[in-house]
Design a protein around this ligand. Structure first.
Ligand code: NAD
Length: 505
């Protein structure tokens, strides 16, 4: 067994259900987690059944009654300790992320760092959950807004950020006074179990277990119980647009809140005045990093026709020398796709590329080695091809030519998703046009930086079919709380609003 599994408290068979301590023998099916690096099993997980889910939700609901009354700065102090615990285990947790999900170690550790960063952010936030005060139109009245904890919330996460996305939600929700039930992806359950072990240590030491709870199970069973549970005022869900549509529908039906972080179809525009030495690595990292399995991965590249040939040739050359292999090895830049299904999806997409007349300039095949490795692929494409409208979760980059910036922006916006976008240019006017109200329609718009790798300080999320949710920094915390508008009358009279007279004499 690899040392990092032992260090993180994982064994051959693990409970996937935790609510104030691990449920010893959850009643659901046994799940095996495989490493995409060699397709070998890493560990087994006992999943939740309906009864286990009920127990977890009961704990989250009961614990909310006490957690919401803990002063927010005290909640922040406990989250600070969570950040410290993550710091202590950054290396082994980063290694586990790499082994179970397949991203290279620097990205695995980088993901843990994001969790640490959001914990730090949340600690400061715990003293800044500010409400506004307003001037009342009535004499001797005071009006203000205050923010209260929301309740036991549901967090559903995707396989590609098995730790960071939970942390973006959980650290903020915890300082806001919410308890939570986390349903992680069944493709990366061990990362979630390892994180839950770290949570348990901190929460036990502070005598407040039951705030962070875990339930591993299928989306179609345990996931459905969670999204349809009337006790859960907020479902924060990260995953495909397909999943988001189902969750949005279920949550809307019971008139609750959904924070949806869904698929992207992100693009980079390279203007003729761009610094090519900045643009080239920006595009390559965006498209090949995490083997194209980031929601913010670059999937479409718009090149001005005057630079298109040279830029494409340099990119093809760079692609052909990208070191692929074991993501735990220092020099590896390209790890595997998550599983056989992902390889099949990529190959199906490339079949469609060929059928629609696209030209594969490099890549296009599965690599001949154990695990789910594929060649990073560049396709010369046309905007009218149907496949370029889809998010294929793999390293396929579609390259287009354009004549002027307005045309490039229109093509970039001409897809159903709206997550991340970038322009590379040294022109102030070009950059401002891209960022203006008639520019990029995405939730994230960057200049001289690629589409992937958002910082936690900003609100993260996208428009259109990406779901409209915002999480992590800025004022995203407001989604995890309920707003209350309070009016206090300290006059001896009852002046009514809008000058209404209600005379009972
Ligand atoms: P997925 O949609 O297959 O699964 C995501 C999660 O939803 C899993 O935990 C799954 O079990 C759960 N789920 C599925 N159906 C459910 C249901 N009916 N009820 C409750 N839960 C259900 O996604 P994936 O393959 O794990 O991840 C890749 C996708 O996630 C890509 O589309 C990617 O763009 C997206 N993603 C988006 C963001 C973002 O912030 N916008 C971040 C990461 C990933």
């Amino acid at each position: 067994m690899r040392d990092f599994l032992k260090e993180l408290g994982l064994s051959g068979v693990n409970s996937g259900v935790c609510a104030k301590g691990w449920v010893e023998r959850p009643g659901g099916d046994e799940l095996t987690s495989y490493s995409p690096v060699d397709a070998e099993p890493i560990g087994k997980i006992l999943q939740a059944n309906e009864e286990d889910y009920a127990r977890v939700m009961d704990v989250a609901t009961e614990t909310f009654d006490t957690w919401r009354m803990v002063p927010a700065p005290r909640r922040g102090e406990i989250v600070r300790q969570m950040g410290e615990e993550l710091r202590k285990y950054k290396r082994p947790l980063g290694q586990l992320i790499s082994w179970e999900m397949g991203k290279v170690l620097s990205e695995g550790e980088g993901e843990v760092q994001e969790a640490i960063d959001i914990a730090d952010f949340a600690v400061g936030l715990s003293r800044q959950l500010y409400g506004l005060s307003m001037h009342s139109e009535r004499p001797q009245h005071r009006m203000y807004e205050q923010w209260h904890p929301l309740g036991p919330i549901g967090i559903i996460t995707a396989f590609n950020f098995p730790v960071a996305v939970w942390a973006w939600n959980a650290m903020i929700a915890a300082v806001c006074g919410d308890t939570m039930v986390w349903k992680p992806s069944s493709k990366t359950p061990l990362c979630a179990i390892a994180v839950q072990h770290l949570c348990n240590r901190v929460m036990k030491a502070n005598d407040c277990e039951g705030v962070f709870n875990l339930v591993v199970g299928r989306g179609s069973s345990v996931g459905e119980l969670l999204i349809n549970d009337g006790r859960v005022p907020l479902i924060s869900a990260t995953g495909s647009c397909h999943m988001g549509r189902r969750i949005g529908e279920a949550v809307a039906k019971r008139l609750s809140r959904a924070l949806l972080e869904l698929g992207g179809n992100n693009a980079i525009i390279v203007e003729p005045d761009a610094n090519m030495d900045v643009a080239l690595p920006g595009v390559a990292f965006g498209a090949v990093g995490t083997a194209g399995q980031r929601c913010t991965s670059t999937r479409r590249l718009f090149l001005h026709k005057s630079i298109a040939e040279e830029f494409t040739n340099r990119l093809v050359k760079a692609y052909e020398s990208i070191p692929a292999g074991d993501p735990l090895e220092k020099d590896t830049l390209l790890g595997p796709l998550i599983d056989q299904g992902a390889v099949d999806d990529m190959m199906d997409a490339l079949k469609q590329v060929r059928a629609e007349g696209g030209e594969i300039l490099t890549g296009g095949k599965r690599m001949e080695r154990k695990g789910f490795f594929v060649e990073p692929t560049i396709v010369k494409a046309r905007p009218d091809m149907k496949i370029v409208q889809e998010e294929t979760f793999a390293p396929i980059l579609y390259v287009f030519e354009y004549e002027n910036l307005d045309e490039a922006i229109a093509m970039q916006n001409g897809v159903r998703q709206g997550l991340s976008s970038s322009i590379f240019t040294d022109s102030f006017m070009g950059a401002e046009k891209f960022l203006s109200a008639s520019g990029s329609d995405c939730g994230i718009a960057n200049v001289n930086i690629g589409t992937s790798g958002a910082e936690i300080g900003g609100a993260f999320g996208g428009e259109k079919e990406t779901g409209g949710g915002r999480e992590a920094g800025s004022d995203s915390w407001k989604l995890y709380m309920r707003r209350q508008t309070c009016t206090l009358n300290w006059s001896p009279e009852l002046p009514l609003a809008q000058g209404v007279k209600f005379d009972l004499d």
